[in-house]
Every structure is written in structure tokens, then in C-alpha cells.
Design a protein around this ligand. Structure first.
Ligand code: RB5
Length: 145
């Protein structure tokens, strides 16, 4: 596994998977910072999307993981922030491809959409896969500009 730090956050709709992903990160000795939420009490997902993305932009961490009910709200919120490339993934092919081609720096997951074992596989592959660069970097530069 690459040597990096991950910021992780969720709303109430993603709280259980956040805890499961944290256990996975611990088992792989991956450094992480948990920005909340810290209970199942109803809360607002944009708050946690912003917290995770700010840690990436300040270089405190290299990658972020965001979980809500669908993963959609988190991905919309995160992708509003310049420099963030958030990918909502519900399959392992997309998780691999979005790292290799899009240099995705935030992974979004929907707790109410996919099973926990698949979510953990997606996290594993997304963390392990390197960006391919080359023609893909040119396309990312186009998005940034
Ligand atoms: C919360 O009920 C739910 O709307 C939220 O977790 C997420 O699915 C939004 O996109």
C-alpha cells in the first residue's frame, strides 16, 4: 500500500460504513483522520465533505473518503471545490479506472446502495491504484483550467 494519509467523513446515512472503513484502514496500517460525524444523529453531509476536502487542499492528507446514504450528495458537494476530483463508485472497475485515469482524490460511497463487503473492496482497490499520468494528465489539466 502506498504511504499516504486519508481523511474520512460521513453523515448519519454513512456512519456505519465510515466505522467499517476505519477498521479496514487500521488493519492495513493506513494513517487516517476521522472528521466525523461521530454518531447516527441526523446531520448535514456538506459539512463533512468540506472538512475532508480542506484537509486534501492543505496537504494534511493525500486522499479522502466520504460516505452518505447514496454517495451522491457527498460527491456533488466535494466536486464543487476546486482541486477535488471526487468519484462516486459502486463497483471495483470504476474504483480502479477513476484512480488510473482521473487521479481521483476523493472516493464517495453510498451506504444505502451497496453492501459493506463491496464497499471495502472498492476502498482497497481505490487506495492501491496509481494514476497513469500521460494523456490522462492533459485531460485533468483541462478540467482544472
Ligand atoms: C440523508 O438522509 C441522505 O439524504 C444523505 O445521506 C445522502 O444520501 C445525500 O445525498
Amino acid at each position: 500500500m502506498n504511504n499516504f494519509k486519508v481523511a474520512i467523513g460521513s453523515d448519519h446515512g454513512g456512519f456505519e460504513y465510515k466505522q467499517a472503513i476505519i477498521e479496514f484502514l487500521k488493519s492495513k496500517n493506513i494513517d487516517y483522520v476521522d472528521v466525523g460525524t461521530y454518531s447516527k444523529e441526523s446531520c448535514d453531509y456538506p459539512v463533512f465533505a468540506k472538512k475532508v476536502c480542506e484537509k486534501i487542499l492543505s496537504n494534511e492528507v493525500q486522499r479522502g473518503i466520504l460516505i452518505c446514504g447514496t454517495g451522491i450528495g457527498m460527491s456533488i458537494a466535494a466536486n464543487k471545490i476546486k482541486g477535488i476530483r471526487a468519484s462516486l463508485c459502486g463497483d471495483t472497475f470504476s474504483a480502479r479506472a477513476t484512480r488510473a485515469h482521473n487521479n481521483s482524490n476523493v472516493l464517495c460511497i453510498g451506504q444505502r446502495v451497496i453492501g459493506e463487503a463491496l464497499a471495502l473492496d472498492i476502498v482497497d482497490i481505490w487506495l492501491k491504484t496509481d494514476f497513469e499520468g500521460g494523456r490522462h494528465q492533459r485531460r485533468i489539466d483541462m478540467i482544472e483550467s
